[in-house]
Design a protein around this ligand. Structure first.
Ligand code: HEC
Ligand code: HEC
Length: 209
């Protein structure tokens, strides 16, 4: 039984590695042309269009979110207009390979620091972060793919605020098949106030390289 589990895990790991190794940055670059109009030519994000920075994310997370958008698990009924817009674009990506390719291209771009726009109490924010967030997202907010938890350091602070809000309101993470979104939705509720959200977001942004 135990050996079986190990074997299955190994197979999953190996197939994951294989998918990454075979991702084509060249093909991804061509696919990214349509993305640049919202996310920017360096995937630096565009707050005016509510399109986030992408370069700090793990490729496996980018591909997983694209899959969710395409299937309507994210960006379906009851989602924000921004998420619905992104779902429409993800639907044009042919298959999983295309998602891995575009993800490989995105992470090959320069990861310049995000502009700071949210002010907060870094000491309070650090306390909240270490107590409620670090176990999944990592001590330096670098993310933990084994827990499906994305990197947060390097994200635009306005986007972190918007996503925390979306999880709290249930416009993100409400789909019955959104297993990982549900986990995060439960966590977004533990921050006691909007000020607490600002504090934790300011702290996360202070961790970016
Ligand atoms: C019309 C504008 C637009 C285009 C074109 C677009 N996006 Fe987006 N994208 C958005 C918006 C807006 C969001 C934020 C959705 C939300 O708030 O939930 C987003 C979110 C994302 C996310 C989620 C990031 C995260 O941290 O959760 C990924 C990944 C992404 N886009 C990748 C892409 C890729 C790859 C393409 C090209 C194939 C693309 N986008 C094209 C507007 C766009
Ligand atoms: C139990 C593990 C867990 C904990 C604890 C946790 N998160 Fe998350 N978080 C996740 C997962 C998993 C996702 C990805 C959700 C998805 O797949 O849509 C996520 C996504 C996010 C996102 C969206 C990022 C993006 O690029 O779209 C933000 C913002 C976030 N978390 C902030 C926080 C903050 C702040 C805390 C502490 C208050 C926290 N998380 C605690 C697991 C966790």
């Amino acid at each position: 039984m135990r050996l079986m589990t190990v074997l299955v895990t190994l197979t999953m790991l190996l197939s994951g590695v294989k998918a990454t190794a075979e991702s084509s940055i060249e093909a991804g670059k061509a696919a990214y042309a349509v993305c640049a109009s919202c996310h920017g030519d360096q995937a630096q994000g565009n707050e005016a269009l509510q399109a986030p920075r992408l370069t700090h994310l793990q490729p496996v997370y980018i591909a997983a979110q694209l899959q969710k958008f395409k299937s309507g698990i994210r960006g379906g009924t009851g989602s924000s207009p921004a998420a619905m817009q992104m779902a429409g674009i993800a639907a044009t990506l042919a298959d999983e390979q295309a998602m891995h390719d575009v993800a490989a291209y995105i992470v090959s771009l320069d990861n310049t620091p995000a502009t700071v726009t949210v002010a907060g109490d870094l000491v309070m924010g650090g306390d909240y972060y270490n107590q409620f967030c670090g176990a999944c997202h990592g001590a330096a907010a670098e993310g933990n793919p084994a827990l499906n938890s994305p990197a947060l350091a390097g994200a635009g602070d306005w986007y972190l605020m918007a996503q925390l809000q979306a999880f709290r309101e249930g416009t993100r993470g409400r789909h019955p098949d959104d297993r990982t979104g549900k986990q995060m939705r439960a966590m977004a509720g533990v921050l006691p106030s909007e000020q607490a959200m600002r504090d934790v977001v300011a702290f996360i942004t202070s961790l970016q390289q």
